[in-house]
Design a protein around this ligand. Structure first.
Ligand code: CP
Length: 324
């Protein structure tokens, strides 16, 4: 693994899940491998889970950490090639990224999409320039179009809780007051398409995800039909991909309720968090045994730990090939 930006960077998804579950049992098994190495975590946007779980994962591997809220504490960053920098952006990515690479052995980046320029967002302009100029392995802590550490944790959770070898997993759109990125549903779809699950996506018309993420999933506009016999319900709001970044629908009838959970095969309720109670999902579901959102968030540690370990092993192999 050279970088961790999407499911394509996971050579063997099942092996990653298996190894992550081993870390859950023995978190300090590889406490030595990050010794005298540093991971930088750079946040352009807010975070609770990603920030804390990735720190915990890095600490379990013996790494030192540098954490920075770039948009609050750093200089305004320019990403455009050939920009005349006479505005409010004081530093270009061409200097900032390699400088960060001088201080860190591995770099994690969180950067949300603009939701105004689809081409720019889907070209992953921000994270790809960190890949290009940092000279270090880059871990996506959620980019414009994907959240792979979240999706790996989701898959770990499904593996732990699945009631049958090939469970039915439903990704359902749910209402929200704000226009949110497509990163979590895109990524979840990409990882579910790589897993052995019966995968269904349900959303109102106009919320179709980009075809490259939908893949082989069954798509239906009928939420109740989708919920029938489901083993996992994964709720998430996203803004429109077609009418890019727009809110087309806030119909509360799409909220996940206990009545809808009764249509399922006693399904587990999943959400990446943070979640707006009684907008996305009603209290009765979140406060019931259906909800596994805390366990799911806990698994973010093991997802991050297995990814950081893979990147560390590559660094160690390149530095000391005689060891292998
Ligand atoms: N799910 C998730 O990424 O949470 P945070 O935004 O709090 O990191």
């Amino acid at each position: 693994m050279k970088h961790f930006l999407s499911v394509k960077d996971a050579v063997d998804v099942q092996a990653l899940v298996k190894e992550a579950l081993l870390y859950k049992k023995t978190p300090y098994a590889d406490k030595h491998i990050g010794k005298n190495r540093t991971m930088g975590l750079l946040f352009f946007n807010s975070s609770l889970r990603t920030r804390l779980s990735t720190q915990r994962a890095a600490q379990n591997l013996g790494l030192e950490l540098i954490v920075m809220n770039v948009s609050q504490d750093g200089w305004g960053l320019e990403f455009a090639e050939g920009a005349i920098m006479n505005g409010n952006k004081a530093e270009h990515i061409k200097e900032a990224a390699p400088v960060i690479g001088q201080y860190c052995d591995i770099v994690g980046i969180r950067s949300f999409p603009s939701l105004t320029d689809r081409e720019d967002d889907y070209n992953e302009t921000v994270i790809n320039q960190f890949v290009k100029y940092t000279g270090r392995p880059i871990v996506s802590l959620e980019s414009a179009t994907r959240h792979p550490l979240q999706s790996l944790a989701d898959l770990i959770t499904i593996e732990e809780l699945k009631p049958k070898p090939r469970p039915k997993v439903v990704l359902t759109w749910a209402p929200h007051v704000k226009a949110l990125p497509q990163a979590v549903p895109n990524s979840f779809a990409e990882w579910m398409n790589a897993a052995d699950v019966d995968f269904v996506i349900t959303h109102p018309k106009g919320y179709e995800l980009a075809p490259e993420f939908v893949g082989d999933a069954k798509v239906t506009y009928n939420q109740e039909e989708a919920f029938a016999d489901a083993d996992f319900i994964y709720a998430k709001n996203w803004s429109s991909y077609q009418d890019y970044g727009k809110i087309l629908n806030q119909d509360p009838a799409w909220m996940v309720t206990m009545d809808k959970m009764k249509l399922t095969n006693n399904a587990k309720f999943m959400h990446c968090l943070p979640v707006r109670r009684n907008v996305v999902v009603e209290d009765a579901v979140l406060d019931s045994p259906h909800s596994v959102v805390v366990q799911q968030a806990g698994n973010r540690i093991w997802a991050a730990q297995v990814v950081i370990k893979q990147l560390l092993l590559k660094i160690i192999r390149e530095e000391s090939p005689y060891l292998f």
